[in-house]
Design a protein around this ligand. Structure first.
Ligand SMILES: [Cu+2]
Length: 325
């Protein structure tokens, strides 16, 4: 007697289930075996540099994971994970973070890759500019790898974001049991990324509420951040005023600098340019707007005036002031 068709499909389902269970068990056995070698064979670990929302509006100042525990002889590969630029920088013994101005032309080497492929524990090593896009205005480094032959605790920084963005490599004796697997680090990283996105959305919302409640003040928030999550947008992106009125741009953040730049993008985004008290069009720039600074522009002519943040325009940080008679 032929088996009932439903029974047949049950048997097939069961076979599929057993096969997938076997695959899962196999994976578990394999990763178990890898841990059981006591970490004697050198490994390569991955750390993400930055994080972002899909529209690039929210950017994370973080190495994910921030702490990684490896053994002597292992290698770390840092991977660019955001449009916002970052560096992986190990300072030389005795060197201070303040002394390394990444964009100082006199210290041009700061922003370029420096040091060998194996970390000596005391010299200056730099990844160059890490970003996942090619239009940041810098030579793009997508991946940076260093081998760690010696034990120790090594803290590194992003030169662009300074103390706000650091990570530590904990290098232990070869053969030490690893406290975390790569997939555990990846899980931590995903969790932190989601938190950064949530924090960014909240700040963006707060910025919108702030400008909505103070429309008479003609305020535009020129980016905001909480030291980790950055909102790379002008709020409101479009503002309407009358001839003779002013707009005040406010950098409301704790870590990320911005600019307000009308006209041609200047070669040096950090220098201020033009007279903001009497703007009728053409080139005008705030120069670098560090944290909690304002820049007020008085518009003396009708028209639509487009402007950018010269540091973050490639990720959509642009706006327009519509000036009417
Ligand atoms: Cu900006």
């Amino acid at each position: 007697m032929a088996p009932h068709p439903e029974l047949l499909s049950m048997q097939r389902l069961l076979r599929v289930f057993v096969a997938s269970l076997a695959a899962v068990l196999m994976t578990v056995a394999l990763s178990g075996a890898a841990v059981a070698d006591g970490g004697r064979s050198a490994r390569t670990w991955t750390v993400q540099v930055g994080s972002e929302s899909s529209d690039q509006a929210i950017q994370g100042m973080a190495f994910l994971p921030e702490n990684v525990f490896i053994n002597a002889g292992d290698k770390i590969t840092w991977k660019a994970n955001s449009a916002e630029i970052h560096t992986v920088t190990f300072l030389a013994a005795g060197q201070s973070l303040e002394s390394t101005q990444p964009f100082d032309p006199a210290l041009d080497a700061n922003i370029h890759q420096q040091g060998g492929k194996s970390y000596d524990g005391q010299s200056y090593y730099n990844s160059g500019v890490m970003t996942n896009v090619s239009n940041s205005g810098f030579d793009q480094t997508k991946e940076y790898s260093l081998k760690f032959p010696a034990t120790g605790e090594f803290t590194y920084y992003c030169l662009v974001h300074g103390m706000a963005m650091k990570g530590t490599v904990h290098v232990r004796e070869a053969g030490t049991e690893y406290p975390y697997s790569q997939s555990e680090y990846d899980h931590q990283a995903h969790k932190q990324e989601r938190k950064i996105l949530r924090d960014g959305e909240k700040q963006w919302e707060a910025a919108r509420e702030h400008v909505d409640q103070n429309t008479a003040a003609n305020t535009v928030i020129a980016g905001t951040d909480n030291g980790t999550a950055m909102v790379m947008r002008f709020v409101h992106q479009e503002i309407k005023i009358h001839v003779g009125e002013s707009v005040t741009f406010v950098n409301n953040g704790m870590g990320a600098p911005h600019t307000v730049t009308f006209g041609t993008e200047p070669a040096d985004p950090f220098a201020s340019l033009g007279d903001p008290t009497n703007f009728t069009g053409g080139d005008l720039s705030s120069g670098l707007m560090p944290l909690k600074t304002t820049y007020t522009v008085t518009f003396k002519k009708a028209g639509d005036f487009d402007y950018i943040c010269a540091l973050h325009d490639f990720m959509g940080m642009v706006g327009t002031v519509e000036v009417r008679d």
